[in-house]
Ligand binder design. Sequence first.
Ligand SMILES: Cc1cc2nc3c(=O)[nH]c(=O)nc-3n(C[C@H](O)[C@H](O)[C@H](O)COP(=O)(O)O)c2cc1C
Length: 245
Amino acid sequence: MSMSGTGVHTRNDDPAAPFVPTHVDGEGAARPTLQIIIGATRPGRVGAEVAHWVHRIAAGHGGFDVDLVDLAEIDLPLLDEPVGAKMGRYEHAHSRRWSERVQRADAFVFVMPEYNHGYSAALKNAVDYLFHEWSDKPAGMVSYGSNVGAGARAAESFGAVLVAVKALVLHESVNIPFVHRHLDAGAFRSTDAFDAAAVAMLDELSRVQIASHALRATRYGGSRPRQEPVPAHAGPTSSTGGTDR
Ligand SMILES: Cc1cc2nc3c(=O)[nH]c(=O)nc-3n(C[C@H](O)[C@H](O)[C@H](O)COP(=O)(O)O)c2cc1C
């Protein structure tokens, strides 16, 4: 295995083998890396401003090195990998780049708009590209919307997506109603309540991140994920509970 970057994650040597992120706790990493993922990609989005506020709070929190991840810049096409992400055999360079970026994270905050009572398509697409890269890492959510719902419906439903990739979804979250009322010359102006909610979420991210090292060591301790053989009678849409992605 060769160490890369901070030495926190490694890649298996066998090029034919599924790509399995391997986490080596504590090596070279001064502080855990928190990725703040901007889930809105449209021109004129409020999401970038909300994310910049989260970034400021997280940088001041001191518990993490903070990496702002803009899905508009990442610019993934709609999922175009022939093999499901659980196998880790990425055909396209954009998928490998995305995998390598997300591997570096120890925790996530997803900043998401509510669109038609759901999360953004860009966010779902970005999650679907990968699997193990999200697993056993804590994830908090900052949702916002233009009405009283505060994007909570998007956050609730996105939580189920995160559970499917084995992320550790936090109870603590930030939900911002009437987001446009909190804009001042285009910049997001927070309130004491939003700041307090964000700090509580970051505290919990920090706590769960520490505890998650044990989980990540058992999942990624050099062993590959179990790949059950697909029964001969199984059609292309059949699932054996883990081989279809
Ligand atoms: C397609 C679409 C659907 C929307 N649906 C909702 C909604 O269900 N609930 C809500 O509170 N706001 C809704 N809004 C308003 C958005 O939350 C608001 O425009 C917000 O600024 C979107 O985030 P963005 O600017 O980062 O893209 C919707 C906006 C769009 C563009």
